[in-house]
Design a protein around this ligand. Structure first.
Ligand code: NAD
Ligand code: TYD
Length: 370
């Protein structure tokens, strides 16, 4: 049995990981530490908290004293570190919190793990998994080979720079202090519980509400889409069987440009409305409720500054060393995700009230249609 700390466990990937971990290893003790920023939501974790399936702690990874107490009390043998500020556009608008959490917070957590494991880490066979992003590698041209684990770091946004800094800190703790840590760098995740500020949920929800679908620039930017369930399986594999000190890239093998992704979402919604008559009364502002395509809402708007053109992941190492592969086909995964947002209207209405609306006003009011 392992005693596991999951930081950022109330975020998008974190919630999915908590559920996946409970299913795969029900006897492990899970402690979720999350500061409950705007991006967090614990509704899906509430049943697990209530029946003591997990311990939930509201707190900051930058709080050294809290970390010391948690390591003392729970004697963690695994740390899955996901807590972060994660949205590129917010990092452009206000980078401070990204340095605070992603860099200084990660440093504080590394130090707490090192202090707790300094003596016993070998006998505990303890492991620290740092969850990072492909954005540290920068941007690819249309025909460049995909990122490998040895691609040079060239972060372009404050978010990517803060994650790159945190990756470097992890590496330095491995080399200098022999902290038993590993790093994963993954591509864009999608699936249930993703905050509606990110591309896929934003487009689904805007279409349902009959709002414009704001594609930055000409929409030719390419991302490699990874279903969050495939990502969580890879994370659990790497933390158990990966080689300490190594980095593993995780990708979905689904390169798509933003125009295609948004078009596919529109088509999935059009089909859903055509087959489920209740949707038209639930979402009367959606064009599909009147038999028109959601594609009519697509609008090209001012581009993101420093917008990376293309990300692509070479995940050969993960497959060859650890036998971990991605199974979710993008068309199916995207269709299921659209259905999940149709089925969880209350969840996203709660998330999109208040502070979220202020962000939407800030991020889109200066973007003009182009
Ligand atoms: P998210 O923004 O949905 O969730 C992040 C969570 O971290 C939130 O619950 C938030 O409350 C918590 N948090 C923020 N600051 C904290 C602090 N100081 N102390 C404790 N908790 C804090 O992010 P996500 O999409 O779930 O991403 C999880 C991790 O995966 C991040 O490290 C991110 O960089 C990485 N990642 C995400 C993607 C993606 O596509 N979502 C891709 C590559 C890498
Ligand atoms: P996002 O979900 O923010 O992830 P990331 O920037 O980490 O890749 O954005 C994915 C892509 O979608 C990215 O190329 C920016 C683009 N995008 C839009 O075109 N419009 C939007 O409103 C948003 C949020 C993103």
């Amino acid at each position: 049995m392992q005693s596991v700390l999951i930081t950022g466990g109330a975020g998008f990937i974190g919630q999915n990981l908590v559920h996946a971990w409970r299913r795969a290893r029900p006897t492990d003790r899970l402690v979720v530490l999350d500061a409950m920023t705007y991006a967090a939501n614990i509704r899906s974790l509430e049943p697990l908290i209530a029946d003591r399936g997990i311990v939930f702690v509201k707190g900051d990874i930058g709080d050294a004293e809290l970390l010391r107490r948690l390591f003392d009390e729970h004697r963690f043998t695994r740390v899955a570190h996901l807590a972060a500020e994660s949205h590129v556009d917010r990092s452009i608008a206000d980078p401070q919190a990204f340095l605070q959490t992603n860099v200084l917070g990660t440093f504080t957590l590394l130090k707490a793990a090192l202090d707790a494991w300094r003596g016993p880490s070998a006998e505990l066979a303890a492991r620290f998994l740092h969850v990072s992003t492909d954005e540290v590698y920068g941007s690819l041209g249309p025909t460049d080979p995909a990122f490998t684990e040895s691609t040079a770091y060239r972060p372009n946004s404050p978010y990517a720079a803060s994650k790159a800094a945190s990756d470097h800190l992890v590496r330095s703790f491995v080399e200098t202090y022999k902290l038993p840590a590993l790093i994963t760098n993954c591509s864009n995740n999608y699936g249930p519980y993703q905050h509606p500020e990110k591309l896929i949920p934003l487009m689904i929800i805007h279409a349902l509400e009959g709002k414009k679908l704001p594609i930055y620039g000409d929409g030719s930017n390419v991302r490699d889409w990874l279903h969050v369930s495939d990502h969580c399986n890879a994370l659990m594999t790497v933390i158990e069987r990966g080689r300490v000190g190594q980095t593993y890239n995780v990708g979905g093998g689904n390169e798509r440009n933003n125009r295609d992704v948004v078009g596919t979402i529109c088509d999935a919604l059009d089909r859903a409305f055509a087959t489920d008559a209740t949707l038209s009364s639930r979402f009367p502002s959606c064009p599909a409720s009147a038999g028109n395509s959601c594609r009519s809402l697509i609008t090209f708007v001012t581009d993101r500054p420093g917008h990376d053109h293309r990300y692509a992941i070479d995940a050969t190492k993960l497959a060859a060393e650890l036998g971990s592969n991605c199974n979710v086909d993008f068309a199916n995964g995207l269709g299921q995700t659209v259905q999940w947002y149709l089925d969880h209207e209350q969840w996203w209405r709660d998330v999109t009230s208040g502070a979220y609306q202020a962000w939407i006003d800030q991020n889109y009011s200066f973007r003009i249609a182009v």
